[in-house]
Ligand binder design. Structure first.
Ligand SMILES: [Zn+2]
Length: 288
């Protein structure tokens, strides 16, 4: 557990997925990235799907950042990306700190790619049937710009969105759309950071108000290997913007002591960095 007053923070591995290694490292040659990634015979690398759990007991607030791939997968669909999802991972993580799923007050949706938020809904009747929200009592925070993009994605990224992951939100009163590039804080101890290189208006919460503050860096820096400034994903819609956003994040790490939580690293929940903006290195792994 990492403390970032008023929050206790935990990185919960909900499962894993395998995505094409070339797509995950953009223009970086395989002879370089294969040294730092677990690659299979189909050229796919192993990625964890991580949820950040934040608990503020003083304000009775229980926050999930992203919800994993979820269980709405037919065997054929799951095989393509080698999707593994443990439906007990989040309930077990909550139970370990004396809480239940019904205690979740807020879900922060960094973005609606299926590997981040397929877990928002589940099929309650039959495969490919109607869906229900997994956290029907929680406020769901999504940036308005991203919500609009996800509902009308571009040809180039539409395979990353599955409408059944989030359609149920549109019909609920739980959808809280975050406005502007510099959004107002949602509640005490959290501020927002917004990026648009990977996908439009990705939402990144920063937890903690004191000296220890943790940024859920999302798909700006999906794993430790992506700390290198030029190592960015081919999935990114605006790769040069991603590089600038990484620089801005690293600068804040050095100037403000910001810590990073990853969404996909198979081994590490988060790190403190050292080195330079151009070449950050891991100073220490966090007890997340
Ligand atoms: Zn993504």
């Amino acid at each position: 557990m990492l403390e970032a007053d008023p929050f206790e923070l935990y990185s919960v591995v909900t499962g894993s997925i395998r995505l094409d290694g070339g797509a995950m490292f953009g223009v970086v040659p395989k002879v370089l990235w294969e040294k730092v990634a677990d690659v299979d015979g189909l050229n796919r690398i192993l990625l964890a799907t991580r949820t950040l759990l934040a608990v503020d007991r003083s304000h009775r607030r229980v926050v999930l950042v992203d919800t994993g791939c979820g269980i709405k997968w037919t065997p054929d669909q799951a095989e393509r990306f080698s999707v593994q999802y443990d439906p007990d991972a989040i309930p077990n993580a909550l139970a370990a700190v004396g809480l239940g799923v019904e205690d979740v007050t807020d879900v922060v949706v960094s973005h609606l790619h299926f590997d981040h938020n397929g877990g928002l809904t589940y099929w309650y009747d039959e495969p490919d049937g109607p869906t229900r929200l997994s956290y029907p009592q929680a406020r769901h925070w999504i940036h308005r710009g991203h919500w609009e993009h996800a509902n009308r994605p571009h040809l180039r990224d539409r395979a990353s969105f599955r409408k059944e992951d989030f359609a149920a939100l549109a019909d609920s009163d739980l959808l809280h759309l975050v406005e502007r590039e510099d959004p107002d804080p949602p509640f005490e101890g959290v501020e927002w950071f917004v990026s648009s290189g990977h996908t439009p208006f990705q939402l990144h919460p920063v937890f903690g108000g004191g000296s220890s503050r943790l940024l859920f860096v999302g798909d700006i820096v999906p794993t430790v290997a992506h700390l290198r400034l030029a190592w960015i994903m081919a999935y990114d819609l605006r790769p040069l913007a991603t590089v600038a956003e990484k620089e801005a994040v690293f600068r804040r790490c050095f100037e403000e002591g910001l810590l990073l939580a990853f969404p996909h690293d198979p081994k590490v929940g988060g790190v403190a960095i050292d080195g330079t903006v151009e070449r950050p290195i891991v100073a220490r792994t966090l007890p997340l």
